[in-house]
Design a protein around this ligand. Structure first.
Ligand SMILES: [Zn+2]
Length: 450
């Protein structure tokens, strides 16, 4: 039998429940040992017991610890067991590991000890191998993004460091496969109710970020994990204010995967929320084709010029039967050259949530719904052998261009190449945006960019 837990006025340390602890939040004290002030004091007390080796990082982690939500921690590397390599991404490698001691949640004054979450649980470790990675920027972004939404956004728990490589490690929630891998495996069995639910959830995650003035900057199927209930990784996510501060200067270089980068950014302008909507168009494309945009082309400067001239990925004719026209219209609206004409996250969330709800409830009350029903039937009526044939014709592995790259990498913008484009076109120089031998296209299914 559990003993009754009640709210109390004073903790044994003398903290009062009517005092404000976290900016505008009153203390919360319970008889079983919870006191916000005690937790805050114990975190502060321990500031001098750990260091990441970088004072700027320490300061941000400390700031999060005296907040009520979104606490980050410093975890020594020897806390991780059974570390296994999962995948390589744009900035480093991802591992799975177990976290023996868990993560400090709150101080308990009855037990006179910390209460921990995730003891012995699996987590994902992302080891940052790119020395240009802006770890301080990442932590600032995490401080804003963490703990918002309803699980559509990946949870970041802690920072660590690999003692043998001296690389920083980001500790985050354990991951399933990415959306690309999921679609490649399940495409033929997916009905529109699942497709619209996945899209509603991704759009909802984007909406949470945009409401916090965050811009994702690298949304693609490889940055979406646990695909049946999609979770967005925030690999290159940034605060919009920081981006706007830079907006007087055009960028010579950007980080990303060309098919998901909007034309204005390829030209050298900053990424905005409307840029994320362009990237969402790429996800809409993959949801209906199981193919990443421009997978059969080289991801080079010529493709960038084409995209800026209005070229967009094509849906193969044989698939048009399974895709309603309104869906294609919306997808191409996401890809509009003029950012102001792209839909908002509100529009996307409302549309896809409403449709998914109706499909689950089997409500077919308008043309949009009837078109989806017909599309599902058309896909269902395609025979297995036909499907096999079509898939061979359009499968990822056989059509993937050796110069395509769906993980983030540094590329020159057209602004950055301005003086060079003539030489490039005349064939005098080779394209600096071609993949280097070190940047493999990674045919491996898992190419997380989180
Ligand atoms: Zn207390």
């Amino acid at each position: 039998m559990s003993r009754e837990i009640k709210k109390i006025k004073y903790c044994p340390a003398g903290h009062f429940s009517e005092d404000y602890v976290y900016s505008n939040r009153k203390n919360f004290i319970t008889s079983d040992g919870i006191c916000y002030s005690c937790t805050q004091e114990h975190f502060i007390h321990e500031f001098k017991t750990w260091s990441s080796g970088n004072a700027n990082l320490d300061e941000i982690i400390q700031e999060t610890q005296i907040n009520i939500h979104n606490k980050l921690q410093w975890i020594p590397y020897d806390n991780f067991q059974n570390i296994e390599h999962i995948a390589d991404g744009g900035q480093g490698s991802v591992y799975s590991a177990e976290i023996e001691n868990g993560i400090k949640r709150q101080w308990n004054f009855v037990k006179q000890d910390w209460e921990y979450d995730l003891i012995g649980n699996k987590v994902a470790l992302k080891e940052i191998k790119d020395s240009r990675y802006d770890m301080v920027g990442f932590l600032k972004m995490t401080k804003t993004a963490n703990g918002n939404g309803y699980g559509e956004i990946i949870a970041y728990y802690a920072i660590s460091k690999n003692p043998s490589t001296q690389n920083y490690i980001i500790v985050m929630e354990s991951l399933g496969c990415d959306l690309h891998y999921f679609l490649a495996k399940n495409f033929w069995d997916l009905r529109w109710k699942s497709k619209t639910k996945i899209l509603a959830s991704i759009a909802s995650g984007l909406r949470v970020l945009h409401a916090k003035n965050l811009v994702h900057c690298s949304l693609k199927s490889g940055s979406i994990l646990n695909s049946t209930i999609p979770v967005i990784g925030l690999d290159l996510c940034k605060l919009e204010n920081d981006l706007i501060l830079n907006s007087n200067n055009k960028n010579n270089k950007i980080n990303g995967s060309i098919p998901y980068i909007p034309p204005e950014v390829l030209r050298g302008n900053e990424f905005t929320r409307k840029g994320d909507i362009y990237s969402f168009g790429g996800i809409m494309y993959e949801i209906v084709t199981a193919q990443q945009p421009f997978a059969d082309q080289a991801h080079d400067t010529y493709l960038m010029i084409d995209i800026c001239n209005g070229v967009r990925p094509k849906v193969p004719d044989f698939m048009l039967n399974w895709i309603p026209e309104w869906y294609l219209d919306l997808m191409y609206r996401c890809w509009t050259d003029d950012p102001s004409e792209r839909p908002t996250t509100d529009e996307l969330v409302n549309l896809f949530s409403e449709i998914a709800d109706k499909l689950y409830a089997n409500v077919m009350d308008n043309d949009v719904m009837r078109q989806l029903q017909i599309a599902d039937e058309n896909q269902r009526n395609t025979s297995k052998s036909q499907k096999q044939e079509l898939f061979e014709l359009f499968s990822h592995s056989s059509k993937l261009h050796p110069q395509s790259c769906f993980i983030s990498r540094y590329i020159y913008t057209l602004h950055g190449l301005h003086d060079f484009l003539k030489e490039l076109k005349s064939g005098k120089s080779s394209d600096p945006n071609l993949l280097k031998p070190s940047e493999s296209t990674t045919l491996n299914a898992n190419t997380y960019d989180i």
